[in-house]
Structures are given as C-alpha cells and as structure tokens.
Design a binder for this molecule. Structure first.
Ligand SMILES: Cc1cc2nc3c(=O)[nH]c(=O)nc-3n(C[C@H](O)[C@H](O)[C@H](O)COP(=O)(O)OP(=O)(O)OC[C@H]3O[C@@H](n4cnc5c(N)ncnc54)[C@H](O)[C@@H]3O)c2cc1C
Length: 383
C-alpha cells in the first residue's frame, strides 16, 4: 500500500514549529469518545494531552463575563436574564437524551426555536453550537450534526494534544509508505485503477482511496461533475505564541462568531513560561472578509484577555482555512445524505474525507470514512 501526497504528509493536521512554539493550522482539538479516537486506537496511536482550561468567559457586545459552566454559575451569570437561565437549564438537562439522528432534516435554527428561548439564551446556545461544530450557519446546518457535536463537547469534551496534531501525523506516517507526488487524475483501466501524477510515473493498483481534502479536489481528480454538497466550512485563524499565561483561558463571542482558547499549558506546545493561544472567526458559508480588517478583529478579541502586542513572540494569520470540505445541510438530508465512500461509480475507487460518509464530523468523519473506504478496498482486493 502506498500513500501519495503532493505535500509533506498530514494535510490540515500538520503542526508547524515556530521559534519553539508548536502551531496547529488553526485551533485543533480531538473529540473524546469520537470515531477518530477509536480508529487511531485500533492503529495503536494514542495521543496524550489535556482538556481546555476551565476559566471560560463570554463576550457580549463589549461586556466580558464568566460563562455558565454548571448550575451555580448559570444562576450567577450576568450574561443572561432569568428567562434564559431557566430555558438553558432545561435545554442542557435534556440535551444528552436527545436522539440526534432523528434530526437529519431539521435545521439547527428550527431545532433551537423549539426550545422557545429568549434571544440572549439563543445567543448562548448558538455560541456553544459554533464551538462544538465549527459551523456558523444555523439556518442551513442539520441539527443531527450540531446536536451530536454539542453532546460530545459538553459530555466527554475534547483534548488538546501534546506536540500538536503532528503527534498523530508522525505516528501514522511511521507505519506507512508515504511517497511524494501530486495526482492529476484517477481512472479505471480494465480491473486496474490508474493514478496519473505530475512529477512521476503513474501508479497502477487494484484499488485507490481518494482522500484529497475537499469535494472540489476529488471531483477534479475524478473528472466528474461537482458533488451535490454544501459550501465549505471555513475559518479565519490567528495562531499566537505569547509570554506567560492568560486568564480567562477561553473567550467566546456570543453575538459575534469569535473563538479564543489557550491550547497550552493544557497541552505541551510552548517553551517554559510561554503559551500557544488560538484565535478564530467562524465564517458563515461563502462569507468573504477583508484580510486586514479580519486580522484586526482577531487582535481586538485577543486584547480582551490581555494579549497585547508586547506579549506576542510569534504569530501566524491564516485568512481563510477550509475546516470541513462541505457543510452538512438539513435541506440535503443531513449526515445520512453525505456522499458515501463508494459514490464514485468507478470500480475500485473509494472516497474518504470529512465531507464523506454518514458518521462523525471534522476528523471523526475523515477517519470514520477512511476506515470504511479501506475495508471496502480490502474486500474488493480479496475477491
Ligand atoms: C482551522 C482548522 C481547525 C480544525 N479544527 C479541528 C478540530 O478541532 N477537530 C477536528 O476533529 N478537526 C478539525 N479540523 C479538521 C481536520 O483538520 C480535517 O478534518 C482533517 O485534516 C481532514 O483530513 P483529510 O486527510 O481528509 O484532509 P486534509 O487534511 O486536507 O489532507 C488532504 C491531503 O491530500 C493531499 N492532496 C490533495 N490533493 C492532492 C493530489 N492531487 N495529489 C496528492 N495529494 C493531494 C494534500 O496535500 C493533503 O496532505 C480543523 C481544520 C482546520 C483547517
């Protein structure tokens, strides 16, 4: 088996070292109890790391105040009125019992409106939804995905990884034959699959898994019409290496789609007495922001937790990152309606990615579909 990659292996999961700081490509967290963790465990890859800090604040207008993290802090929260507190308490108590899979054709907005929360309560739940799912499209995204993500995020939570996501990439690459090369087409010739490459001889195999990150890249390689999927899920990201630590360690916008989290010291990512902090804006589908203004918005968000220019040792701004290849939409039928691993209509060619298959979201979907595609390829070869 050969893994062909036009870039150093790891894709969006790579981590870059900058002056002793380890920057994932924007904020990356592994969902505990998700498909990715399970698939990695079967491959013998066990990442270490820690949970995000517990000091979580919200930003509403210009007001920064503690976010409710339990019953007592919910009652005390200055971000919410009484009606919202009662409604949120009820909704969060019910959340673990909701059967998310029944909500494939319901938009997150429609699901949320059933709770009949006042606007301040809705803003808080929309913020939780963004942080748990990375999506900023309540009217479009299917509630099966968002509710499932909120159940995971508020249940077992997430883990930031020591050494960044590179620790996963390096462990996987060590066990694989990764070869450098950019595929230009994938076609079938009799019982064989032919992968044409730009800088090397074609690869001929019994089966191939097209895992090139986005539906547009996959359809271009396969020379087919576009997949019927939602717009990419995108984010503007500011990766910061700073002196000292920050408190609060989390700051999420309620009325603006903004994120900030200190990924170290939760995970080992920075030199002693320094921290890695990720700041981001969740972009709405096809939203285009202007780079200088966008960057400035993230700087202002960071300043709310005391990150001023004199504390920044290293920084990287990523203007528009594709977080997920395609938004899972209620109008298309939610997670069950995403393209399947065999939806290529070519014998021996399979798909994998975070926009493929019925299961999971983000890396959980990428690895769940990769596992399914690999099983299908092995079955075909064994025939
Ligand atoms: C800012 C940001 C934050 C994220 N946060 C999280 C998170 O918190 N939790 C989570 O689970 N997920 C997160 N993700 C998503 C996660 O990174 C992706 O789901 C995962 O990387 C998908 O892996 P993939 O291999 O399918 O695609 P990619 O990582 O995009 O890899 C595709 C690979 O294919 C190669 N390739 C493309 N075209 C060709 C070609 N023609 N020939 C050869 N090689 C080719 C590329 O070089 C690349 O290495 C985040 C993503 C971003 C951008």
């Amino acid at each position: 088996m050969v893994v062909l990659d036009g870039q150093p292996a790891g894709g969006r999961g790579r981590t870059d070292e900058r002056r002793g700081f380890l920057f994932n490509r924007g904020p990356h967290a592994l969902y505990r109890g998700g498909h990715a963790e399970a698939v990695l465990a079967t491959l013998g890859v066990r990442a270490t790391g820690g949970a995000p800090g517990s000091s979580a604040f919200g930003l509403l207008g210009e007001r920064v105040a503690a976010l409710p993290t339990g019953a007592v802090t919910l009652l005390r929260s200055s971000l919410l009125g009484w009606k919202a507190k009662v409604g949120i308490g009820r909704l969060l108590t019910r959340l673990p019992k909701v059967r998310a899979e029944t909500l494939a054709e319901v938009s997150f907005r429609d699901w949320l409106s059933r709770a009949d929360l006042p606007r301040d309560g809705e803003l808080l739940v929309e913020m939780l939804a963004r942080v748990a799912s990375y999506t900023n499209a309540p009217e479009m995204v299917s509630a099966d995905l968002v509710v499932g993500q909120m159940q995971m995020a508020l249940g077992r939570g997430v883990r930031y990884l020591d050494g960044g996501w590179q620790s996963l990439v390096s462990a996987l690459v060590a066990a694989l034959d990764v070869q450098q090369g950019t595929a230009t087409s994938v076609s079938c010739d009799g019982g064989a699959v032919v992968v044409e490459c730009s800088e090397r001889a074609p690869l001929v195999a019994r089966a191939a898994i097209v895992a090139v990150g986005t539906p547009a890249a996959a359809s271009s390689l396969l020379g087919r019409t576009d997949f019927d999927v939602g717009a990419p899920v995108e984010a503007a990201c500011l990766d910061l290496g700073i002196t000292g630590a920050i408190d609060p360690s989390l700051l999420f916008g309620l009325d603006a789609p903004l994120y900030l989290s200190a990924h170290s010291p939760a995970a080992t990512l920075a030199p002693a007495h320094h921290s890695v902090v990720h700041v981001a804006r969740y972009l709405a589908p096809n939203e285009r922001t202007e780079p200088i203004a966008q960057r400035a918005e993230l700087d202002v968000h960071a300043a709310h937790v005391g990150i001023t220019a004199d504390r920044i040792v290293e920084e990287r701004y990523l203007h528009r990152m594709t977080v997920v290849g395609a938004l899972t939409t209620a109008s298309r039928g939610g997670m069950p309606a995403r393209p399947g691993v065999a939806d290529v209509a070519r014998s021996g060619v399979f798909l994998a990615g975070d926009w493929v298959g019925r299961r999971g979201h983000l890396l959980d979907a990428a690895l769940a579909s990769a596992e399914e595609a690999a099983a299908a390829a092995v079955k075909l070869i064994a025939r």
